[in-house]
Design a binder for this molecule. Sequence first.
Ligand SMILES: [Mn+2]
Length: 331
Amino acid sequence: MTTTKADLKAVAQGIRDHDDFVISVHESPDGDALGSMLALKLALDQLGKRSTMFLPGAAPLPFEYRFMPLDDLVRGEPDKLLGRPLLALDAANENRMGADQRLRTEAPFVAVIDHHHDNSRFGNVNLVVAEASSTSEVLRDIFTELKVRLTPEIAAALYIALVTDTGRFQYENTSPKTLRLAAELIEAGADAHRIFQHVYETVELSKLKLLAHALEHVEVHEGGRLVISYLERKDFEETGASSGASDGVVESLRAVAGVEMSALISEPPERGGRRVSLRSSRDRLDVSEVARAGGGGGHRQAAGFGSDLSIKELIAFLRKEFVAKTSGEAG
Ligand SMILES: [Mn+2]
């Protein structure tokens, strides 16, 4: 039995053996984090198991995900949830789960379910499938193991995760398995067009204005191979945008011809410090290495880290790292 197959069995058994779970995901949650969390909650309901969805911090959810049925989501301090078994989704390491580590340290059992290749495997059982497009794709296999029926609600939650983490099925992580899963979810009742309208065509004007600020701040380095922009707290204030509204900016920068790495430095209005998001547009550059050098992590083509350095210092750091990672190559 391969490791992954054994890990799958172990995680499924851990879910069978426990009850009254906390399900949590990484800070600044994306569609995969939120969709996977909701799908797992609904699956546990179906299995007759109690669970509570928890998200660290108080920042509003990104606008495009507010249509999701997440009314039961608990925010803020985890005090009332301590001592319960923890199911950690889409989080490459324990620090991604927020500064307060007690949910993990006081849990009698921790299961990590993820697809980040650099996952630190911080659970008692860990199912980390680096080839999977998304955590939702990993969850689908767990559901099969646990004989969870794909209801339209579970299918929709998994589909939201799948479509967003694959860049609408265009990123490198999109495999035949991904597309077969998408078809299966639509057959099970996920309304792909309605989800598209909610996630991609319900944009707040403040988000577009924030993008305009980011485009004004664009800096081009290394002959156009590195593009960096930044959003200061005042950019969020002037546009009225929340921190989630900066999602997607770094992908817009990557799309520029000749760009090998794009970076966005932002000052999230809801908390202190700065956040750096990185994207690469080619195979040879692994931006998760740059992110790790900054104290974070992620995927080869999408990664990030938090920092207290100034914007100027961060730009210098990114330039140095980029040159170090790409030197020695022709062209
Ligand atoms: Mn993910």
